[in-house]
Write a protein that binds this ligand. Structure first.
Ligand code: 1HN
Length: 348
């Protein structure tokens, strides 16, 4: 083949591409830079769901369908840049789930992992893999992949929690399976509190070595978490970029609590503002207590309790605390770390 340029080179290239196309072949050189960008390209946009605006819709959903009929009565939080996808980020799902007194959300299992972060109400429980846990606001609860789970409500008043699932991640691999339990409620095989006593008390059963992708603790009660955060504030200044930031841990190996979703909680003392920070994982934040602001790009999102904010990966953000601010967050960071893909940058 001659490398001598010809005047009609572009036309000849186009003709070549058209012929190659008939063989399901395409030139890489026209696509390389978009296939392999220099930096993460934003997928989705930064957005805030004010709880005051979202809550009436969540509560109204109970007038339209029961938890039983819906299977899970959830209003999806869909990123405005990803409409129709049921995604809050490129890799993750979020929704606000409602259960009313006396209802049961029937038992099923699926490959997708789920986390719950409890928003309001009391008296509802989730049962996971044979153990029930009654949930309180601020509790972080794990439903590992392929474990039977159902929810019920033995108290009074509506109960709402944030669901985080790795649905888009599993869809990417198309490694998805689901199954409904024959009974509405899966059988309970351990007393309530068993996992927390065995694995979440700074103790482990002697000789216990069973490795697990998920933490064997499946409810991290908020009072303990809050106490830990408060105690940290006595020891010194918060990290300039992160505040007093802690990750939920698998006590068996010190790793993240879940295999695909990284979960963290932080406290920013009143008046504290972080310096700008960015990381390659898109993250979902929910305010637990206090007030402040999250700034990302041109957006300044006020933060009040139970507001949900999504920050796409590699967009720098800052957090400002007006009152002592507690924020829970989750992202696909743990999956990125395992694949050697995670990057972070502390900006000045
Ligand atoms: C699911 O099983 C739950 O168990 C919540 O509460 C949300 C979204 C899609 C598929 C399964 C739950 C879900 C879900």
């Amino acid at each position: 083949m001659s490398a001598v340029p010809k005047p009609n080179i572009q036309a000849e290239r186009e003709a070549f591409y058209a012929r190659a196309d008939t063989q399901n072949m395409a030139p890489l050189w026209t696509r390389l830079k978009s296939l392999v960008p220099a930096n993460p390209t934003p997928v989705g946009v930064p957005h805030r769901w004010a709880y005051a605006d979202a809550r009436p819709y969540v509560l109204e959903s109970a007038r339209h369908i029961s938890a039983q009929e819906a299977e899970r009565r959830v209003m999806i939080l869909e990123n405005p840049g990803l409409r129709g996808s049921s995604q809050i980020t490129n890799s993750l799902y979020a929704g606000l789930q409602l259960i009313m007194p006396g209802e049961v959300a029937p038992a099923h299992r699926h490959m997708q992992s789920a986390l719950r972060f409890v928003v309001e109400g009391s008296g509802a429980f989730t049962a996971v893999d044979g153990e029930k846990t009654t949930m309180q606001p601020g509790d972080f609860v794990i439903t590992p992949s392929w474990t039977w789970h159902h929810h019920g409500h033995e108290g009074s008043g509506p109960m709402v929690w944030l669901d985080g699932l790795d649905i888009p991640l599993v869809a990417f691999f198309n490694s998805t399976f689901r199954e409904d339990h024959e009974a509405k409620e899966a059988p309970l095989t351990r007393p309530e509190g068993d996992s927390l006593a065995r694995y979440g008390s700074g103790l482990l059963p002697i000789g216990y070595q069973q490795p697990s992708l998920n933490s064997p603790v499946f409810n991290y009660p908020y009072p303990r978490t809050r106490e830990a955060l408060q105690t940290l504030t006595r020891a010194g200044a918060p990290d300039a970029h992160l505040g007093h930031l802690m990750r939920y841990v698998n006590p068996l190996d010190g790793g993240w609590a879940m295999p695909t979703m990284a979960t963290m909680i932080r406290l920013l003392p009143k008046g504290f503002a972080t310096q700008a920070y960015r990381s390659s994982d898109s993250a979902i934040f929910i305010v637990v207590e206090g007030s402040g602001e999250l700034r990302v790009g041109e957006r300044h999102f006020p933060l009040t309790p139970h507001d949900v904010v999504v920050v796409p990966g590699w967009m720098a953000y800052t957090l400002h605390a007006q009152q002592d601010l507690v924020v829970f967050s989750y992202s696909d960071r743990v999956a990125q770390e395992k694949l050697g893909l995670f990057r972070e940058q502390r900006l000045r």
